[in-house]
Design a protein around this ligand. Sequence first.
Ligand SMILES: [Zn+2]
Length: 173
Amino acid sequence: MGRIELDSMRIIKPIGKLVNKTCNSCGSDVPHYVTRCKHCFNDFRDQNRKKKTNLILPLLVFSLGFMGFVTTQKMAKTQISKQSIVEQESESLIMIEMGIEGPISNRVPFSDITSLEYVLGGDSQIYELFIIDSKGEKKLIFGSGDSIKKRADQMAEMMNKKLIVTNNTRMQR
Ligand SMILES: [Zn+2]
């Protein structure tokens, strides 16, 4: 299995069995680990906080450089994850948000990810890395003031996805 340089190693509270739950807002079947209904965007986090399992996984962790960043409405909609972990054993990307009562994890199978997009000149950080899911939705998984191209390449390779590079900065002439 591949290895990537780590910013930090964390132990997260996972995730348990792969079972579905019923959205209490719209009644859709959704994977139990999602924090938000993909049909009606109902937020499950209040209900999920009670769930605990005792699995400990050694994981690859990417820390986002969002310290001190002011959250705007737009940012909230972007579903910012504080950390994103490529877990090759389960072929999924684990996105972790820090909630008031601890980390909330959201597992995205590689099969739900169409490609990765590396953005120069992003909205929140100079360098941003997104996943683009099968619905074409972009989710920010990593941002930094320093170039993260190498890491983006590594992540794309580990996930076997195409990396799209978008340059929003002005080219020098
Ligand atoms: Zn729903």
